[in-house]
Design a protein. Structure first.
Length: 109
């Protein structure tokens, strides 16, 4: 099962006006075309864009992600894709790579 494709949710005038940032803010104005849901204004986030519970929060590879800080957490991540936390140093990362190869765990970073 693949994730649904969804449009990019931009604020009105995001590409047109330089001062408007490319991030979502809910439209609240009385005459706001996006709030009125005019077709030319683009899509707004709605419940219908949500993915199925079985694949939500999964990596595009199709595996669930696990954030790993130590060896115990890495060994518990069998059958998942592991992402090593940023606070883990170089020496422990090398050890994690060996353990992940033994247990056939996919490391994302």
């Amino acid at each position: 099962m693949n994730k649904k494709s969804k449009p990019v949710f931009n604020v009105p005038n995001a590409g047109f006006m330089k001062r408007v940032k490319h991030r979502w803010r809910r439209p609240r104005g009385t005459d706001n075309k996006k709030r009125i849901r005019s077709a030319f204004a683009g899509a707004t986030p709605r419940v219908g864009y949500k993915n199925a519970l079985a694949i939500r929060f999964h990596h595009p590879l199709g595996l669930a992600e696990a954030l790993v800080h130590n060896e115990k957490e890495l060994r518990a991540a069998v059958g998942k894709a592991a992402r090593i936390a940023s606070g883990v140093g170089k020496r422990k990362r090398e050890g994690f790579k060996k353990i992940a190869a033994e247990l056939k765990i996919r490391l994302l970073n």
